[in-house]
Write a protein that binds this ligand. Structure first.
Ligand code: ADP
Length: 471
């Protein structure tokens, strides 16, 4: 990466000599890169470039779009090792997982759109009308640090495929993979101005992006707080929004489930990326008479997840992405103790042998009370709440008892019963008995978890306006 000190605007790497943002290595705390803390002017230039490029790109042929996405896919494959190591260092996800997820998933998602595009109906007949699907316009993409390239790809690939032009503002904490992406796109046949990258802070360049009248849609992934600011700004100008925000997802273990398998599946999901995952199953609901056994199984599972250097192939639990995030998670662990929940494993002290870097112990609380702050608030760290319930109705009530609704799980020996309970969860996706992740299925939230859907055809439709011609 030779361009970290620049922004990518109108097909050019534009130098920046103003203030910069430090990027830290999660496992050591060392500064490993510096990127521009750009000003509002740079963002305005990027928006102007995207606006100017829209007329031509919105009329580009499907073949032209497919060719660019094929070139992008090849570039993502070619630079996969570099992407995995970059994100592993920034975010702390162990290298083995980062290779499969942080580097692998962006290529997979791009491929799903390449497969879908040739048959996607950009127009259809409805009686005497032809219904056309037209690109929405200039799209502002604002992304977080936990899956930094994946979240960018989920936005820019369908946006470009739809015929939109894009301005990306990546997360301050993990911006480098977005630079790799920009370098790859720079080497493709994408016309100048269709994709632009401006690095900087949310309150400055992000704020300009979400309020600019030329931007007709904002696609955002991040905190519910920032999503709220974006929704307010969009209301003033009737912009489209797609928001993917927080979660406090429930894993409902029914009495007849294979308890060991269900606890193992829940703990693995909860601790993925050290809990820095919006879909993490952070609340494990168990029948009251199985609570203690479930806690023992969870404690045994987290004991195997000792934190370590994320660059080591054998590490299963890495550090958190920043000092701020580590401190926030430790404060939640202290809160859990103050609120009187049972500390079953882990705790607020730094894990042994991890005095550098942003490490937190994998922690399990038992007898967690529904309605408490620990049970209600998104922690974004390796902290599991075990919650006893009385009967199925009680479990569903607790599962649906937060402001969020992003993910969930149900476990039962009876597949029909599991599906029936899954259908009562007010959430955008439910894993039934450990069902596989599906990159073609829609992803998004109910309630404060979001508006709109990503992945598959639903992700593409977000970037399309509908026009009907009466013939
Ligand atoms: P997180 O807690 O995951 O960092 P944030 O919502 O703070 O979540 O950040 C997600 C993205 O939103 C980042 O790229 C950040 O810079 C951006 N952001 C933060 N505040 C604003 C804002 N006021 N306007 C626009 N973007 C913002």
């Amino acid at each position: 990466m030779n361009n970290l000190s620049k922004n990518y605007i109108n097909g050019e790497w534009v130098s920046w000599s103003g203030p910069t943002l430090d990027v830290h290595e999660a496992g050591t705390g060392d500064v490993i890169a510096k990127v521009p803390a750009s000003g509002r002017d740079e963002m305005e230039q990027a928006i102007a470039a995207a606006d100017a490029a829209f007329a031509d790109w919105s009329e580009s042929s499907l073949d032209q779009r497919i060719k660019v996405l094929e070139q992008l896919h090849a570039g993502l494959k070619e630079r996969a090792g570099e992407i995995a190591e970059t994100v592993c260092r920034e975010v702390g996800m162990p290298i083995k997982l980062a290779t499969g997820i942080q580097a692998g998933l962006p290529a997979t998602i791009t491929k799903t759109y390449l497969r879908m595009l040739p048959d996607f109906p950009f127009s259809e007949q409805c009686g005497n009308s032809e219904v056309q699907y037209a690109p929405v316009g200039v799209v502002g993409c604002i992304t977080p640090w936990n899956y930094p390239l994946h979240q960018v790809i989920l936005k820019i690939v369908p946006a470009i495929a739809a015929g939109c032009t894009v301005v990306l503002k990546p997360a301050e904490i993990a911006p480098q993979s977005a630079y790799i992406l920009a370098e790859i796109l720079d080497g493709t046949d994408l016309p100048k101005g269709v994709f632009n990258l401006v690095s900087g802070e949310g309150q400055t360049v992000g704020d300009t992006l979400i309020k600019h009248p030329a931007v007709r849609m904002v696609s955002f992934t991040g905190s519910t707080r920032t999503g709220g600011l974006i929704a307010h700004a969009a209301a003033d100008d009737f912009k489209r929004i797609a928001l993917e925000m927080g979660g406090k997802s429930a894993s409902v273990i029914l009495p007849d489930a294979n308890l060991a398998a269900a606890v193992k599946g829940t703990v693995n999901n909860c601790l993925l990326n050290s809990g820095q995952t919006c879909t993490a199953l952070t609340r494990m609901l168990v029948p009251a008479d199985l609570h203690d056994e479930a806690c023992e199984l969870a404690a045994a599972a987290v004991a195997r997840m000792t934190p370590g250097n994320p660059l080591e192939e054998t590490t299963r639990l890495g550090p958190l992405a920043s000092a701020q995030q580590r401190d926030k998670v430790i404060d939640y662990i202290k809160l859990g103790i103050e609120e009187g929940h049972t500390l079953v494993a882990g705790g607020p002290e730094a894990p042994e042998g991890c005095d550098k870097g942003y490490f937190v112990k994998a922690t399990v609380f038992g007898n967690v009370k529904p309605g408490s702050r620990l049970e209600q608030e998104e922690i974004f760290g390796p902290v599991l709440c075990v919650i006893p319930y009385q009967d199925e109705a009680d479990a569903i009530r607790i599962a649906n008892g937060t402001q969020y609704g992003l993910s969930g799980a149900v476990w039962s020996a009876d597949a029909d019963r599991a599906k029936k309970v899954a259908g009562k969860l007010r959430t955008g996706q439910v894993f039934v008995n450990g069902g596989d992740f599906n990159p073609l299925a829609p992803f998004g939230g109910f309630g404060h978890s979001g508006i709109g859907r990503e992945f598959g055809k639903w992700g593409l439709e977000e970037f399309l306006e509908v026009r009907s011609l009466q013939l």
